[in-house]
Design a protein around this ligand. Sequence first.
Ligand code: NAP
Length: 312
Amino acid sequence: MTRLIEIRVEDHESAEWAEATARAIGDRDLRLAAPGTPAEQIDYLIYNVDSGLTDFAAYGNLKAIFNTWAGLEAVLGHVAWPEHVPFCRMVEPGLTEGMVEYFTGHVMRYHIEIDRFIADSAAGRWQKIAPPLARNRTVGILGLGALGQATAEALVNLRFNVRGWSRSPKDIPGVDCFHGQDGLQRVLEQSEILVVILPQTPETIGVLNAQTLAQMRRGARIINAGRGPLIDDDALLDALRTGQIAHATLDVFATEPLPQDHGYWKNDKVTVTPHIAAVTRADTGATAIIQQIDRHLAGEPLLHIVDPARGY
Ligand code: NAP
């Protein structure tokens, strides 16, 4: 029996997702639902909340929902789906590679002190101070999920000393892994560069606050591409002002776009990037979803199922 897939994403992305999904389907016994197909005939939904769909009651035969985003804070607590229908977050190579490139690039900016050499060059200053090797630099990563782990592996390959923090204990080759409040403190105390790639949950909001920023090594740098509310903005601005934190690169904010009067703009200790660290690519994203459907049809468990109780 041919299974039907419906795409419910933002209007401007619909055509791209439809083309990519049709390509990924290939000769499988799967089909994109024609416009106007009754909801109860749909088997799988490719979805994000910006489509405006928040009520799944009409989708009586749904087997799974595949979110096109990795982040879930706009879904959990705002959208309810039937308990028996798995809701999967997006994990796909395009998103992961983009995030690894973003973090690796910004870690390297700090590590090889690019800004100092650009300033020296502009000022005509010959200052022969070589940066340390990566093996003598400690990078901490808060969040060791799909994106944090891939970043950790890339940084280990570059020979950084990598410390990671997650909710549950982890064993990742080359990474000193920590969990729990004590573990957080250990990572913060040791990291010269801190990568933040946690999801936004009731437990992670404000994880970097006045107290935890004070636990960090003086002059540390922070790169946050998780979510804005992970950081207490006032506390960070204060820590930047005193030099406790030397610089921050921020991709995500409590309010996006970042309001023009925000203290992060025009702050020479902050680099703002406009939530571009990593985006889901329709081609690799659709392929990942079709692979999930293959698993489901083969009776294998779906991957990356969201646990509303856990918050991610
Ligand atoms: P994921 O695979 O679900 O991983 C989440 C990680 O955070 C896991 O290691 C988890 O621990 C850890 N964690 C969650 N709650 C925690 C807590 N209370 N204490 C300590 N660790 C905690 O998620 P992902 O795919 O890597 O994505 C992470 C986030 O990146 C997304 O939620 C989204 O907000 C953000 N993101 C941003 C962009 C961008 O462009 N800026 C793009 C994509 C995603 P366990 O391993 O123990 O479960």
